[in-house]
Design a protein around this ligand. Structure first.
Ligand SMILES: Cc1cc2nc3c(=O)[nH]c(=O)nc-3n(C[C@H](O)[C@H](O)[C@H](O)COP(=O)(O)O)c2cc1C
Length: 369
């Protein structure tokens, strides 16, 4: 059976950007001996947030709050990487210090987006284009966040370079409209991502560094006109650092949460990259096994099915049926419902309510006969 990786999953239960004790059990439930867990996207600075109650790792309080969570995973023998993140323009002034504009590679704003619950609409402020000489400061935020992650006990960090967030806003020509050394050519657009990688590698060592990229995805209005070239350029450039892994999102995940038919494959990028290659996006047991046995990937990361099946590795091992995931509870702030409970327990709970009600009705009926 192939090793199953927990994909990074934002759960929005870190009140006030501080990881909470309920995350100890949540991550422990998914930890297995030697299994890799990637923590939810974690902000590198006070300008990095764009969603309520996502965790950070820039303050002492946050670092201390992560420690028992990381300990919990280690007690179960798991390997735990922290995904370090800056949302860039996928934010608005309510998430920013002093209500300032979010930063980005550009000053082009995002259109309002319907949230994952299909009801709420997120609106975004007009971003402020970073000055060239400010960019090293943001690179430094990633460096400090990586150091803090190691201090919190994490085994390494995954740089979040995917899904239309800050690093992706530099990588993709659908967003990056700069004319300085961070914009224009492919080499220039990749400069920021590679500077972040260099800084993080220098700080904690290449063997503790992974990066997540989604060249084919267009989330948050971040498409690229030549994703294959972008992926290949990054794979070759990352080889120079000797980092532990590259984690790529499948081309079929063009839009958030949906699989599409695509002529693209990660194969050429996988062949070019010399470290461990992790793939993610719409995988199940069968195609996960196939990806490993055909050498398409070294590891497969699972998101939604791991969320709904904390014992996923065991279920895969014995080919047990899987619980269905429930989108409605992905991002709610409840510390238990949809977080520590699974669909099965919810059904049991509903069943017990129903049988309780039935019992009461029957006994009332008998009493009144
Ligand atoms: C609830 C939820 C939260 C997510 N949060 C993150 C995140 O914090 N960082 C990230 O890189 N991707 C995030 N993703 C994307 C997943 O890591 C994964 O790539 C995606 O769900 C596709 O894989 P799957 O089909 O196995 O679920 C999230 C997805 C979901 C459903």
């Amino acid at each position: 059976m192939f090793p199953t990786v927990l994909a990074p999953l934002t759960r929005q239960r870190s009140y006030g950007n501080v990881p909470q004790p309920h995350a100890i059990l949540y991550y422990q439930q998914r930890a297995t001996k030697g299994g890799l867990l990637i923590a939810e996207a974690t902000g590198v600075s006070d300008t990095a947030q764009g969603y309520k109650d996502t965790p950070g790792i820039w303050t002492h309080e946050q670092v201390e709050a992560w420690k028992p969570i990381v300990d919990g995973v280690h007690q179960k023998g798991g390997i735990f990487f922290c995904q370090i993140w800056h949302v860039g323009r996928v934010s608005n002034s309510t998430f920013q210090p002093n209500g300032q504009a979010p930063i980005s590679s550009t000053d082009k704003p995002l259109k309002p987006q319907v949230r994952a619950n299909g009801i709420d609409v997120a609106t975004f402020a007009v971003p402020r284009r970073l000055e060239t000489d400010e960019i090293p400061l943001v690179v430094n935020d990633f460096r400090v966040a990586a150091r803090n992650a190691i201090e919190a006990g994490f085994d390494g960090v995954e740089i979040h370079g995917a899904h239309g967030y800050l690093i992706d806003q530099f990588l993709k020509d659908g967003v990056n409209d700069r004319t300085d050394k961070y914009g224009g050519s492919l080499e220039n657009r990749c400069r920021f991502a590679l500077e972040v990688t260099q800084a993080v590698v220098d700080e904690i060592g290449a063997d503790k560094v992974g990066i997540r990229l989604s060249p084919f995805a267009s989330y948050s209005e971040a498409p690229d006109s030549d994703p294959e070239a972008l992926g290949m350029y990054m794979a070759n450039a990352l080889n120079e650092f000797g980092i532990l892994y590259c984690h790529m999102v499948e081309p079929r995940m063009v839009k958030l949460g949906e699989k599409f038919e695509t002529p693209y494959s990660l194969r050429p990028i996988r062949d070019a990259f010399r470290g461990t290659f992790i793939v993610a996006g719409g995988y199940g047991r069968e195609d996960g096994n196939r990806a490993i046995s055909t050498g398409y990937a070294d590891l497969v990361a699972f998101g939604r099915v791991f969320l709904a099946n904390p014992d996923l590795p065991r279920r895969f091992e014995v080919d047990a049926p899987l619980n269905k995931y429930n989108r409605d509870t992905f991002y709610i702030p409840d510390p238990v419902i949809g977080y520590l409970t699974t669909h099965f327990f919810r059904q049991m709970y509903k069943c017990s309510l129903f049988s309780n009600l039935l019992f009461r009705l029957c006994s009332n009926w008998l009493v009144y006969q």
